[in-house]
Design a protein around this ligand. Structure first.
Ligand SMILES: N[C@@H](CCC(=O)N[C@@H](CS)C(=O)NCC(=O)O)C(=O)O
Length: 220
């Protein structure tokens, strides 16, 4: 487990000392959008037109956020249009790796051993966590986006002209409700598991476990 600092991989655990034992998630840094005509999306720059075979998803089967993107790829008939790599399920001293194991699909784009090399290919002095999912553009050799909620949002419509699948998982009239539920799921369940298990004081752990189960009850 580690992160990149000025382009150097540093093997260190999450810093919870400066945050009173609390796990605090940092914000993902790549926020461009694939759109059907290549125009810019709500954030980032344009130039990422939906094209069959152009994009690649790096995921982990052990990651709840990456799962969202994998499910969306399937629901929207994108399997033959967006290729994938699956990292080794163990995230140890080198972070996510492509070390051979069941279900691992190697990095066919950059032939990397470690996911952090994908980040460095885009930004040689990258500083930050090296997280999945990562949506990669083969054409411009860059990361389009590494925030799962945004990736599933763009996959919902960007490729509709290519696949003919116009199923809409985020209808305009339900967006507010979807965003409200997502924020409960994101912060209290997906991230809630991290906040509980990476807490480094007993008090914080007890508080976060309670919060996690309260959120599960709330959604039930
Ligand atoms: N906000 C991101 C979170 C992604 C994330 O944290 N993924 C985890 C795996 S489940 C990861 O790669 N963690 C590596 C790390 O934090 O160093 C998203 O929703 O895409």
């Amino acid at each position: 487990m580690g992160l990149l600092q000025d382009g150097q991989w540093v093997d260190q655990w999450y810093d919870t000392k400066s945050t009173g034992g609390n796990f605090v998630r940092t914000i993902t840094q790549f926020r461009n959008w694939i759109t059907n005509d290549g125009s810019a999306g709500p954030t980032g720059t344009g130039g990422f037109k939906a094209e069959s075979g152009r994009y690649h998803l790096y995921i982990s089967l052990a990651c709840p956020w990456a799962h969202h993107t994998l499910i969306m790829r399937s629901l929207k008939n994108l399997k033959e249009h967006i290729s994938i790599s699956i990292v080794n399920p163990l995230m140890l001293e080198n972070g996510w790796t492509f070390e051979k194991a069941d279900a691992v699909i190697e990095d066919t784009e950059l032939n990397s051993d470690y996911l952090y090399q994908v980040y460095l290919a885009v930004k040689a002095d990258y500083t930050g966590r090296v997280t999945l999912p990562v949506l990669w553009d083969k054409k411009t050799k860059t990361i389009v986006n590494n925030e799962s909620a945004k990736i599933i949002h763009m996959l919902n419509t960007a490729f509709d002209d290519i696949t003919g699948n116009i199923d809409d998982y985020a209808p305009e009239e339900l967006l507010t409700e979807i965003d409200d539920i997502n924020s409960v799921v994101y912060s209290n369940i997906n991230n809630g598991v991290y906040k509980a298990s990476f807490a480094t004081t007993q008090e914080v752990n007890a508080k976060e476990v309670k919060n996690l189960f309260a959120a599960l009850d709330q959604l039930e």
